[in-house]
Design a protein around this ligand. Structure first.
Ligand code: PNW
Length: 490
């Protein structure tokens, strides 16, 4: 960390709890590779990537960054980055290749994750395990339309979750059921740009209905999450004594014109459509926000009394993924049938021409640490449960080769300094309860439909090299130093 930063942050020394976890987050599809090795079944992302025209650079995650073969090397590198936790996801199709409740378990898949978990623990790194990071088995999609059929899908998901609790729960004490149910539904069923590639846009997708399916699938995620949590709490938690919850995405929204009450309301509505859609049922009311019901009517499913009771309180913590902030302006026209944002426009500058932040290499993502602190406060005030930050990070323009200047990744360093300072201030000055920080991400990886073009890693990966060679960027060291300063010594 440079001297100016050290001076600016010196009052944040020791403000984070001594048991605060910090480290990196990844997802199976984005890093593992070995897509059809050792009995792994096909996921919807394997199919999507093998369909020409779907991924920006035409790439596939067939090899990704080969982390399937690099457990020891990667854990050693992570350890050198000073981490105390690692958040990764399990590939459902590695564990139950065909996905269903009566389908066989693949012991080779179990072995791989046992090896990873044991290696982490041997190095003093606590595993945080996500059950579902977007890679549903293709077989379930083919059998009954995947999450569109809640009643068929839920027992399959719960059985898969049970296998994971049973086989890994003696060592894994931090479970996350779903990663970002909202991005899964909106990108996969509203925009149709992610697997399973459904939407109302017939130029892009053969099937789908953007005005209904995202809400149906979101409902399935919430209900099946709650049943998996019920299983864990009844059968495993008493003995295994772990925690379980769900991770939600959410950017912050600020009014485009802070003096226009309609924009102030629009910003609040945008937060409700993006975040409270999932967070209110789980953490507050057992039901969807009134603003969503008002706009969507019957297109938004209803919880049965039993579901509502089960969903409310079904997360031991608030799992938070957040990257950026937008300015939000109200629209004067009635909501479009395919609107999912609360009838607003999201903008890069506000009415006074102020920018939401410097642009990264990813179109939606700009550096906005101030909005991040405001969002931490918004979540804490509305939900009042401990916050585990499970993802946050950025790409940077021009990272094409592991040159000295690329590895000295100033843009990413500034991003992390700003956001991690916001965490310290939210804890120290605003009284927000924050328990973890997982940066996205450990190495450059396969960024879904963007392919290998968007590099989020604190480790540069030479994708051309056969062994996917890793080169640490300086941001990894800076993050380590920031937490050395801010976490209270044990
Ligand atoms: C997350 N947004 O997705 C995912 O959990 C990761 O797998 C992914 O690699 C990472 O963020 C970076 O994209 C998001 O538009 C995608 O606000 C889009 C948004 C947020 C998160």
């Amino acid at each position: 960390m440079n001297p100016q930063t050290a001076e600016k942050l010196k009052d944040l020394k020791g403000v984070l709890r001594s048991d605060f976890y910090h480290g990196y987050a990844t997802a199976a599809t984005q890093v593992e590779g070995a897509w059809n090795v050792d009995g792994k079944g096909e996921s919807i992302w394997d199919k999507f990537a093998h369909t020409p025209g779907k991924v920006k650079d035409g790439s596939t995650p067939d090899d990704a960054v080969l982390s399937y073969y690099k457990t020891k090397e990667d854990v050693a590198l992570m350890r050198s980055y000073g981490v105390t936790g690692y958040r990764f996801s399990l590939s459902w199709t590695r564990i139950v290749p065909l996905g269903g409740k009566d389908d066989p378990v693949n012991e080779k898949g179990i072995e791989y994750y046992n090896g990873l978990i044991d290696e982490l623990l041997a190095n003093g790194i606590t595993p945080f395990v996500t059950l579902f990071h977007w890679d549903i088995p293709q077989a379930l999609e083919d059998r009954y339309g995947g999450m569109l059929d809640k009643d068929a899908y839920t027992p399959d998901f719960v059985r898969y979750a049970g296998v994971c609790f049973e086989r890994f729960g003696d060592r894994v004490k931090h479970w996350i059921t779903y990663n970002e149910p909202g991005v899964y539904t909106l990108a996969g069923y509203a925009a149709g740009v992610h697997a399973p590639a459904r939407s109302s846009n017939r130029k892009l997708n053969e099937e789908g209905d953007s005005s209904t399916e995202p809400f149906i699938v979101g409902h399935t995620e919430l209900v099946s999450h709650a049943y998996a949590v019920k299983l864990y709490r009844e059968k495993y938690q008493p003995e295994q004594k772990g925690t379980i919850g769900i991770t939600l995405h959410g950017n912050f929204s600020l009014p485009w014109d802070a003096n226009d009450s309609l924009d102030v309301e629009a910003a609040q509505r945008a937060l409700e459509f993006e975040i409270a859609w999932y967070a209110d049922p789980v953490h507050k009311t057992g039901d969807y926000p009134a603003s969503m019901r008002a706009q969507l009517g019957d297109r938004l499913p209803t919880f049965t009394p039993e579901e509502s009771k089960l969903v409310l309180g079904s997360s031991d913590f608030y799992g938070m993924n957040s990257y950026t902030t937008f300015f939000v302006r109200h629209l004067k026209t009635p909501p479009h049938i395919d609107d999912h944002s609360g009838n607003v426009e999201k903008l890069d500058t506000n009415s006074e021409g102020v920018s939401r932040g410097p642009a990264s290499d990813t179109y939606w993502l700009r550096t906005a640490p101030g909005g991040f602190r405001l969002l931490l406060n918004w979540i804490w005030k509305r939900y009042g449960v401990p916050i585990y930050i499970t993802e946050n990070g950025t790409t940077a323009k021009g990272e094409t080769e592991p040159s000295e200047s690329v590895l000295d990744d100033k843009f990413r360093i500034e991003f992390f300094e700003g956001y991690i300072e916001s965490i310290g201030r939210a804890v120290k000055e605003d009284g927000v309860d924050i328990r973890s920080y997982f940066a996205w991400t450990f190495t450059d990886n396969w960024e879904w439909a963007a392919g290998y073009s968007d590099r989020f890693g604190v480790t540069f990966v030479d994708f051309e090299s056969k062994e996917k060679k890793r080169y640490p960027k300086k941001s990894a060291t800076v993050i380590k130093e920031l937490f050395q300063l801010m976490i209270k010594p044990k």
